[in-house]
Write a protein that binds this ligand. Structure first.
Ligand SMILES: [Zn+2]
Length: 442
């Protein structure tokens, strides 16, 4: 797969593999060997950056003790503790289920949600079968809701201020939907022969296209997504507090995102495409929007005073709270953001000695009805002798003294071996990340 031309041929394909629910002897064998080889690493034992691996967690299949693939789930947690992957996709979340799923159906994977590693999620379908297979996201655009909120900050009366924000959001949503629709109108004019791989067999219905047919009939099964960034800073601007620290802010946050979701459902009817809301990861935008807004509005405390805006609906990375509190606050947004979302927990210490901590995070996803999640931790590797540990700021190898250390970190969904090439916004975010206590009180 890594020989496929992508982005001008200068990047490896951003590939993801979803697995964990195949209970056949052969399927179990493949899963086990994939996990074992991931655990051992590539080359002389390095962590593979791609493909991103995603474990599909499902009750009755692999999650409960006694489930046929429970042993593989345990192995998956052990692998994650060392290699960051697999991430965990919760097939039991109410919004991740399909009525067509049957335990005895050998093709049941067609009715199981799958995700792109970073978070992009495609499942619901107004114009064909509800599935993650043979479809994809066609485009997404992200709204800077922080800026919309800053523009209303001057209004003294709270209710008027919030109304002003919603009016601006409404207008921006209309523009974004229109833009995505126009882009689609251009995309659909392409011919099947221009996509020899995608439009031969990968997309649902592609096998019925002739080389000179337009791809329109096939791509309407894809999705168009409207994303948002910086819910935390947006709420700070509107209320002075973010949703991690105030119930009122959480209430407003849920109102904002559910409003976006309602509007997307309307656009689905209006434009006859699958519109959905994305909890944007914003690898590049996170710093870019902040820079523009600071230039225009100055340094605003808790809003533009850092070099980045908080990823989607997340509680800010600098905010100290327990994993459980973070889960309680972020969970309800997963149901609304059907174009993709993720829940992260930052842990300290060496997780390789304690894979149970990974299971605890998956239990949290199960309990709070979250769709997708993962655990972040430190992993250092000496490039000269292969020594590994989990120290926060390892400068030189305790075994051979080398300073050639690979510090593995997760940027948004992807792993990056060195932080040298991160943009300044994301680097600032990384330095602000705090650990989430896993205990009851954290
Ligand atoms: Zn070494």
């Amino acid at each position: 797969m890594n020989t496929i031309h992508s982005r001008g041929g200068n990047q490896v394909v951003f590939s993801s593999i979803n697995y964990g629910t195949d209970t056949s002897a052969e399927g179990r064998c493949v899963i086990r060997e994939l996990l074992n080889s991931t655990y051992n690493g590539v080359g002389n034992g390095e962590t593979a950056i791609f493909p991103i691996q995603i474990w599909k967690k499902k009750r009755g299949v692999n999650y409960l003790k006694g489930d046929r693939n429970y042993d593989l789930y345990e192995l998956a947690c052990k692998v994650t503790a060392r290699r960051f992957f697999p991430n965990f996709l919760n097939l039991d979340a109410t919004f991740n289920q399909s009525d067509a799923w049957r335990a005895d159906d050998p093709k049941r994977y067609m009715h199981e949600v799958a995700t792109m590693g970073c978070r992009t999620r495609v499942f619901e379908n107004k114009f064909g079968m509800k599935t993650s297979v043979g479809r994809g996201n066609l485009s997404f655009s992200t709204i800077n809701i922080v800026r919309l909120a800053i523009e209303c900050m001057g209004i003294k009366n709270k209710e008027e201020r919030i109304n002003c924000f919603f009016a601006k959001l409404d207008k921006m949503l209309d523009v974004t939907a229109k833009q995505l629709n126009e882009r689609y109108d251009f995309q659909k004019t392409a011919f099947a022969k221009q996509f020899p791989l995608l439009m031969r067999s990968l997309w649902l219905g592609a096998d019925q296209l002739n080389p000179n047919d337009s791809i329109e009939a096939v791509i309407n099964q894809g999705t168009l997504s409207i994303g948002f960034i910086g819910l935390a800073e947006c709420l700070k601007a509107l209320l002075g507090v973010h949703h991690g620290e105030s119930d009122e802010a959480q209430k407003l946050g849920l109102k904002i995102v559910s409003y976006m979701r309602e509007r997307c459902n309307e656009y689905t009817e209006k434009y006859h495409h699958n519109f959905s809301v994305l909890a944007t990861p914003a690898e590049g935008l996170s710093g870019k929007f902040t820079k523009i807004d600071r230039k225009e509005f100055g340094v605003l405390e808790g809003i533009t005073d850092r070099d980045y805006y908080t990823n989607s609906n997340h509680v800010p990375v600098y905010y100290k709270c327990s994993a459980r509190h973070k889960a309680e606050v972020e969970a309800p947004y997963h149901e609304m953001t059907r174009a993709g979302h993720i829940f992260y927990v930052e842990i300290d210490g060496d997780a390789t000695h304690n894979p149970q901590v990974i299971m605890n995070v998956v239990d949290m996803m199960d309990h709070y009805n979250m769709g997708y999640g993962s655990v972040n931790h430190n992993r250092n590797r000496c490039m000269d002798c292969g020594y590994e540990n989990a120290d926060a700021h390892l400068e030189s190898c305790p075994r051979c003294g080398s300073t050639h250390i690979d510090r593995l970190q997760r940027i948004t969904g992807y792993l990056v071996g060195t932080t040298d090439r991160w943009n300044s916004g994301k680097l600032a975010e990384l330095n602000d990340r705090v650990i989430h206590g896993m205990g009851e009180k954290g």
